[in-house]
Design a protein around this ligand. Structure first.
Ligand code: PGA
Length: 252
């Protein structure tokens, strides 16, 4: 059975005192998580260990990084490696968020390298895909997302792909307050699962969690998560408020 996941993506937000406060609130929040319904909190690198420490007693709430570099180590000023994340026992890393693709020119092939190195160090990638507004308006979103998956994930073995979490995030819905309709989300998630099934088989595709991201809030999480192929969400803005994010976790 695939897991249901409420993932927080803090992006480049929170000072140290703010991060501490938010983590403390999350650590005492009344959230229902189990082995099958988990939460993942992707914080800025600087707060990874703090987050692990504050959430240490919370079973089934995990800490994630928001990115890692393609190389093992070396002269890459400002970057962080999968090996470093592993040494801090960080179990998940977001790979290929649209902001990384857009602002930092991350390409499908670079993301394939990032997925590889994360898996090499036993860190589960949360692989992001999704189309911009012009592609949606042209009606070519299915083939666009399919290419993202093919270019960055299709070289993986069955044992590797099963460790990947997919996050479908239509760029036009990120931080805009404009959520995809339940039908649009379901349609794309079903398409993604079909693409995965075509390459890796039905059993594997049915066991991969596919999260929706883009203006998920406490008020709309339940209906989006109720779609048959939507296995939870990757949440930006609304994850910066402990109460709101707790509602989202409890909507799984
Ligand atoms: P949002 O961001 O929830 O603020 O739209 C989602 C994301 O970019 O992961």
């Amino acid at each position: 059975m695939r897991k249901k996941i409420a993932a927080a993506n803090w992006k480049m937000n929170c000072t140290l005192p703010q991060a501490e406060d938010l983590l403390n609130k999350l650590s005492t929040a009344n959230v229902h998580v189990t082995e099958e319904k988990i939460s993942i909190i992707a914080v800025p690198y600087a707060y990874l260990l703090l987050a692990k420490q504050i959430l240490a007693a919370k079973q089934n709430i995990f800490v994630a990084a928001q990115n890692c570099y393609t190389k093992k180590s070396g002269a890459y000023t400002g970057e962080i490696s999968a090996e470093m994340l592993q040494s801090m026992q960080i179990p998940y890393v977001i790979i290929g968020h649209s902001e990384r693709r857009d602002y930092f020119n991350e390409t499908n092939s670079m993301l394939a390298d990032k997925v590889n190195i994360a898996l090499e160090y036993n860190i589960q990638p949360i692989f992001c895909c999704g189309e911009a507004l012009d592609i949606r308006e042209a009606g070519t979103q299915n083939s666009f997302v399919e290419k993202q998956l093919k270019d960055s994930l299709f070289h993986l073995t069955n044992e590797q792909i099963i460790k990947v979490v997919i996050a479908y995030e239509p760029i036009w819905a990120i931080g805009t307050g404009k959520t995809a309709t339940n039908e649009q989300a379901q349609e794309m998630h079903q398409h993604i699962r079909k693409v995965l099934a075509g390459k890796f088989g039905n059993d594997i595709a049915n066991n991969i969690s596919i999260l929706y991201g883009g203006s998920v809030k406490g008020a709309n999480a339940e209906e989006i998560f109720a779609q048959p192929d939507v296995d939870g969400g990757l949440v930006g803005g609304a994850s910066l408020n402990a109460e709101e994010f707790s509602t989202i976790i409890n909507s799984l």
